[in-house]
Design a protein around this ligand. Sequence first.
Ligand code: AMP
Ligand code: GLY
Length: 410
Amino acid sequence: MKILVIGKGGREHALAHACSKSALCDRLYMAPGNPGMAKLGTCVDISDGDVEGLVSFAKEKMIDLTIVGPEATLSKGVVDAFQKEGLKIFGPTKAATQVESSKDFAKKIMAKYHIPTASYQTFDRYEDAVAYVKEKGAPIVIKEDGLKAGKGVTVAQKISEALEALEVAFSQPGNKVVIEECLVGFEFSLICLVHNDQVVPLEIAQDHKCVNDGDTGPNTGGMGSYSPVKKITKEIIQNTMDTVMVPMAKAMMSEGVPFTGFLYGGLMLTKQGVKVIEFNARFGDPEAEVILPRLQSDFVQAILDVMDNKEVSLTWSDKVSHGVVMASTNYPASSTKGSLIEGVDQSDALIYHMGTKEEDGKLMTDGGRVLMVVTLEDTLEEAFAHTYREVKKIHCKDLFYRHDIGKKDM
Ligand code: AMP
Ligand code: GLY
C-alpha cells in the first residue's frame, strides 16, 4: 500500500514510524515531514495546511490510506476534501473535529449524554465571567474556546490569577471563554481508534503539561510522557471505556457528527471516579511517541480493520516506554530557531523530531518543542534512568527539559 502521513512533528514522526514497520506499507510519504521522518520514506514539500495540495498529491500518487496528525489540518476539513474525491483517510470530518476545536461543543454533548466532566459555564462577556469567578472562588480553570495547542488553559489557584487570565482571553474581540470547576486527581490519556460506534482502546500514557519540574509554570503542549501508567488499573480503563469513550462515540453518532480517527480522552481519576478534562480529535503529542513504540501488532492493519468494522486485535510490549521532550529556551512563551543540535547520532534511544530542520547537513532547532528522546525498559525506573542518560548525549545551547518525567508513578 501507499501511505501518506500528514504533519511534521513528533506525533507524526511516531505515526510514520509505526506505519513504516507495517507489512502492508510499500511506500511511505510524509507531507511535509521532518529530518527525522525523512529516514523512513519520502518527505514531500506540501504544507500540512494545504488541503488542496494534499488532495492533488494523494490523487496523483494514488495513495491508498492517509493518516492525519495535526488538529489544525482536521479543522480545515482535510477529511471532507479527501472523502469527496473518494480517497481513504483516517481522521474526523471538520464537523466531528469540533470535539476538540470547540470546548463548548464538547461540553454540550457531555452534558446531554451524562458523560462525567467538570461543571462549567461559557461566557462571551468579560463582566459576566468576572462575576462568575468571584462567585465560585479559586481554584478554578479558565479556558479559551478554540484550538490553542494546549496553551489556552489557566489552572488558577488564586482569584487574581483567574482574573488576569480573563483579561488576556477577552483582549481579542469575539473570544468565548469556558470557566470550569478545577478537578483534582491523577491525570492520564486514553486514545482510541474510532469508527462510528467501533471504539478500540490503545494503551494509556501520562503526559506532563507544565513546563517546569514539579508541575510548575505555564501549560505547554506536553514536556514528556510514559506508558503504561501503573496507577491506572485495567478496571479503571474498562470503566473509562464504558462511561466515557464508548458513550462519546455513540453520542456523536446520535448528534449526526459520527467520529472516525483517533479519539483522545484527556482524563482525571478523581475521588468521584474518572472525569473528562478534554477530548481531542487526533493522537496526543507526546503520547504517540511513547504509546506507538509499544505496539507489536500491525498498526496499519488495525486502522484498516477499524474502518471496515472488523474486529481489531492489538498486541503490546510489556515494556515501559518513557520519553523526555527537549524544548527551546523560553518555550512556551516563544521559541528559538536555528541553533545547532549535536549528538543525536550518538544515542541508542528512539529520537522523535518535533521541531527540527536540516541546513547544510546540520541539524538545527526549528520550533518550541524540538526533540523527544524515548527508551523502553522493563520498569519505569530503568527507562527513566536510560532516557536521561541519552538526553545528556544531545548538545544544544538552546534546549532545556524537565528532570522528573514519570517520577509521580515511581
Ligand atoms: P486542556 O487543554 O483542556 O487539556 O488543558 C490543559 C491542562 O490543564 C490539562 O491537561 C490539565 O492538566 C489542566 N486542566 C484543564 N482543565 C482542568 C480542570 N477542569 N481541572 C483541573 N485541571 C485542568
Ligand atoms: N499531549 C496533549 C495533547 O496532545 O493535546
